[in-house]
Design a binder for this molecule. Sequence first.
Ligand SMILES: *[C@@H]1O[C@H](CO)[C@@H](O)[C@H](O)[C@H]1NC(C)=O
Ligand SMILES: *[C@@H]1O[C@H](CO)[C@@H](O)[C@H](O)[C@H]1NC(C)=O
Length: 264
Amino acid sequence: MRLLPPHALLSLCSAALLCAAGVRAEEEYEPIARVPARARALLHDPSHHGVGVLSTIYPDNHTDEALRGAVCSGAEYFAPCGPEGDLVFIALTISQNWRNVLYSASHNATFSITPDTSFSSPDARHTAPGSHDWSPARPAWRRGMPSKPRMTLYGDVHELPRGSPEAHEAARCFLHLHPDARHWADGSRDSPHEARWVRLRAQKVYRVGGFGDESRIGWIDIDAYRKADPRDAGLGPGIEEPAHHAPAALFAENMPAPAPLIFQ
Ligand SMILES: *[C@@H]1O[C@H](CO)[C@@H](O)[C@H](O)[C@H]1NC(C)=O
Ligand SMILES: *[C@@H]1O[C@H](CO)[C@@H](O)[C@H](O)[C@H]1NC(C)=O
């Protein structure tokens, strides 16, 4: 489904049928003052499980000529562990996506984050306090991915020097959210790969809040994004930091105990 421009939505809404099936009257158009905090809150949303899509550019000297300058994209674990909405990652040097960042001159990367896209998972902006259900009046076609907030961060990636306080703090915070990543984090004895702690500093942020007749769509002022507090998102009780994204029972029963980490 494509997003309609505002004039198209106005004409749609002049059709009584669609207006009646539209947005609840009490759900006002998304207040612009909430947008930076909502962008920051999305980083902590448990429904995406700390997974987003990293995009990079193949270098001009890549061995496969057909890929030079092409976009490379792939899923990555992330954690909102940096200051001011920066994100922490484990960059494996075996990964082409990370190689495109680590060995480029700019170290630029693009990262996009989408919450749970299931029709049955309500958007926190559309649930009554304490409830986990969509409003019964909300039509099914307004419950899927296009109605939900997602965003893209454009930034530059910095390696956190091994052994530095920043790298220790990144490891503590990231592995709290993604305990399974202990198996391939820097210092893990059971990973054959070289891993580095890196931080993406957002320089530009584009957010699609949902359908344009109820949500803001556009660039977010970067200073407002950096200063925003996710607790000001006005989303009720729905934005608490998850203890970890991986199901604890799975680890207890089916996974080997993580190898001790050298850096601890
Ligand atoms: C491409 O250029 C980079 C930076 O100059 C260099 O490190 C790398 O080895 C080159 N790759 C190839 C395949 O030549
Ligand atoms: C790309 O990286 C440079 C630093 O290497 C930074 O100044 C610039 O803002 C980055 N661009 C984006 C869109 O993040």
